[in-house]
Design a protein around this ligand. Structure first.
Ligand code: KIV
Ligand code: ZN
Length: 533
C-alpha cells in the first residue's frame, strides 16, 4: 500500500487589521478589531497582523489587547527598521509571549532608495540586518519585508534576503508593494531566490501581493508554485489602494484546484469564510461587490435559463465549488427574464404553490412579462401572480397589510395581516424595534419561530423614494435560509423577505408529512382563524 504523501501547509498570514485597515475609507473601532481578531482565530489563520504599534496609541492598544486575547494564532506587529518602532512593537506584543512576531520592513527598490530613503544599497543592507538582530532580542519570531521587492534588482534582493536570514529573520516576506508584477514574472522572482540565496531554507518565504492590476491572487498562487510557504492576505481583499490578495480566493483556489496544488493546503476552516466576509464588510463599511469571487452576492447565483436548467439537473454543470463549503446557504437560482420554465416551476413549488401544466404555462407567461419590466423578481411577486391565477391552490402566506407604531417613548408594536389561500389572519406583537415587532407578529400568525441571523439593506434605486433591497438570513428549526425583497419601506421589505423564508420552511415541513396529517392541520387552522374573527 503506498503511503499518502503529506501536503505542505501554506501559512495564512492575515493582515486585514493592518494593511486592510489602511484602505481609504476604512477604519475600525477597538472593539471591532477585537471582534475581527476573534473570528480570524476561529477561521484558523496562522498569523494575525494586528497593527502598527508606533503609528498611533489606538494601534498600540489594539495590538496589545489582541495579543492578550488570542490564544492560538501568532500575533504580528509592524515596525520600520528603527529602534523606537521595534521597542513599541515588542512592548505591544509582550502578552502574546512566544506567539508574538515583530515584522520589520525597509524599502529596497532603486526608486525607493533614491527618492524616499536617499540611501545606498550598503546602508539599506546594514540597517535591515541590524534591525532584525535587534528585534531578535525580544522574540524568536522575526519577519523582514524588503518593501517594493518585486521592483528591486534581483542581485540586491538576493543579497538582502541572505543578510536578514543571517541576522536571524525566521520569515522573509517578498512584497509586490505596488501590484506591478504579473504571475509568470513574480513566480520567477521566488524561484530565483531559491536558486540564489544559499541560506534560504532557514526561513519561511512569504509573499504579500497588492491588487493594482487585479493580479494579487494570481501572483500569490504563482509564488506558491515556485516555493512560497506563506501568503499575506486580507478578508475581502481589503488593503491599500486596490487592496491585497483576498484570503477567501487564495484558500478556495488551492482547495478547488487540488489537482494543480496537489502538494499544498491551508488549515483554514473554509465554512467560516462567508460569515467573516460579511462581518468585515459590515464593520468596515466596505461593501463587497456583487460579482466578487467566492463571497459576492452573485458568486453562487444563476440567472440564465440554460444555466438554471443545467444546475437543476446536475450542480457541477455550472458550479466548481459548493456554496456550503464557504458557509453560505446553497446556490441561488435568480428569477429574471432569462429564466426558463424548469427554474420557475422549481421556485414556485419551493414556495408551496403546486401548479398543474396549464397553470404553469399561464403563470410562467405572466412572470416573463413582469420580468421584462422589472429588474428583479422577488418571491412575493411570484406569490402575487400565483394568487391572481389560482387563489385556492396557494399554500403560501402573503403580506396583506402591516402597520407599526414606534418612537422614542413608545414600545414598538406591529399589526400584521397575512393571507393564505382564502384565509385572512391578523395579529399584533411588540418588539425591540419596528422590524423585530413585525417579524414577531409573523411568527405568531404562522406558528413558526424564526431567528434573524443576518440582515442587510442595499439601495437599488436613488433619490428620497429609493427602493431598498433587504437580504435576510433566517434560522428556523435546523434549517438556515436566505431571501430578499424590495420596497421603498425597509420594514415592509424585511417582512416580505422573512415571510418567504417562513413559506419555504413550512412547505418543506409539509412535504415531509403524510397527506392525512396535512389535512387535519388545515382544518384546525381554519377553526383557529374563525375563533380569532
Ligand atoms: O505592501 C507592502 O510592501 C507592505 C509591507 C509593509 C509588507 O505592506
Ligand atoms: Zn502591503
Amino acid at each position: 500500500m503506498s503511503a499518502k504523501k503529506k501536503k505542505t501547509k501554506i501559512l495564512i498570514f492575515d493582515t486585514t487589521l493592518r494593511d486592510g485597515e489602511q484602505s481609504p475609507g476604512c477604519s475600525l473601532t477597538h472593539r471591532e478589531k477585537l471582534e475581527i481578531a476573534t473570528q480570524l482565530e476561529r477561521l484558523n489563520v496562522d498569523v494575525i497582523e494586528a497593527g502598527f504599534p508606533i503609528a498611533s496609541p489606538g494601534d498600540f492598544r489594539a495590538v496589545n489587547d489582541i495579543a492578550k486575547t488570542i490564544k492560538n494564532a501568532s500575533i504580528a506587529g509592524l515596525a520600520r527598521c528603527v529602534k523606537a518602532d521595534i521597542d513599541s512593537c515588542a512592548e505591544a506584543l509582550a502578552p502574546a509571549k512566544k506567539r508574538g512576531r515583530i515584522h520589520v520592513f525597509l524599502a529596497t527598490s532603486a526608486i525607493h532608495r533614491k527618492y524616499k530613503l536617499r540611501k545606498a544599497r550598503s546602508e539599506i543592507l546594514k540597517q535591515a540586518a541590524e534591525s532584525v538582530k535587534y528585534a531578535r532580542k525580544f522574540t524568536d519570531d522575526v519577519e523582514f519585508s524588503p518593501e517594493d521587492a518585486s521592483r528591486t534588482e534581483s542581485d540586491f534582493l538576493a543579497q538582502i534576503v541572505e543578510a536578514v536570514i543571517d541576522a536571524g529573520a525566521t520569515t522573509v516576506n517578498i512584497p509586490d508593494t505596488v501590484g506591478y508584477s504579473i504571475p509568470s514574472e513574480f513566480g520567477a522572482v521566488i524561484a530565483r531566490l531559491y536558486d540564489d540565496v544559499p541560506n534560504i531554507e532557514q526561513a519561511i518565504i512569504n509573499v504579500h501581493c497588492h491588487n493594482d492590476l487585479g493580479l494579487a491572487v494570481a501572483n500569490s498562487l504563482a509564488a506558491i508554485q515556485n516555493g512560497a510557504r506563506g501568503i499575506e492576505c486580507t478578508i475581502n481583499g481589503l488593503g491599500e489602494r486596490a487592496g491585497n490578495a483576498a484570503l477567501e480566493e487564495i484558500v478556495m483556489a488551492i482547495r478547488t484546484r487540488a489537482d494543480v496544488f496537489s502538494n499544498v493546503d491551508t488549515d483554514i476552516n473554509s465554512e467560516r469564510l462567508y460569515k467573516i466576509s460579511r462581518l468585515v464588510s459590515r464593520l468596515t463599511g466596505m461593501t463587497v461587490q456583487r460579482n466578487k469571487a467566492i463571497v459576492g452576492a452573485n458568486a453562487f447565483a444563476h440567472e440564465s435559463g440554460v444555466h438554471q436548467d443545467g444546475m437543476l439537473k446536475q450542480r457541477a454543470t455550472y458550479e466548481i465549488m459548493r456554496a456550503e463549503d464557504i458557509g453560505k446557504e446553497g446556490t441561488e437560482l435568480v428569477l429574471g427574464k432569462h429564466s426558463g420554465r424548469h427554474a420557475f416551476k422549481h421556485r414556485v413549488e419551493k414556495l408551496g404553490i403546486a401548479l398543474n401544466k396549464n397553470e404553469l404555462e399561464r403563470t410562467y407567461k405572466r412572470f416573463i412579462k413582469l420580468a421584462d419590466k422589472k429588474k428583479m423578481i422577488y418571491d412575493d411577486d411570484l406569490i402575487m401572480i400565483a394568487r391572481e391565477e389560482m387563489v385556492e391552490s396557494s399554500r403560501a402566506y402573503a403580506l396583506e397589510y402591516f402597520s407599526v407604531s414606534t418612537g422614542t417613548e413608545t414600545v414598538p408594536t406591529a399589526t400584521v395581516r397575512l393571507s393564505k389561500g382564502s384565509d385572512i389572519i391578523q395579529d399584533a406583537a411588540c418588539g425591540d424595534g419596528p422590524i423585530d415587532a413585525t417579524l414577531k407578529t409573523i411568527d405568531r400568525i404562522t406558528g413558526v419561530q424564526g431567528k434573524l441571523l443576518d440582515f442587510q439593506v442595499q439601495a437599488i434605486s436613488m433619490g428620497k423614494d429609493a427602493m431598498g433591497e433587504v437580504n435576510v438570513r433566517v434560522s428556523i428549526g435546523d434549517d438556515v435560509m436566505s431571501s430578499k425583497a424590495a420596497s421603498t419601506d425597509v420594514v415592509e421589505a424585511a417582512a416580505k423577505a422573512y415571510l418567504s423564508c417562513v413559506n419555504r420552511y413550512l412547505f418543506d415541513q409539509d412535504a415531509k408529512k403524510p397527506v392525512a396529517a396535512e389535512k387535519k392541520k388545515v382544518v384546525k387552522r381554519k377553526k383557529a382563524v374563525k375563533k380569532k374573527k
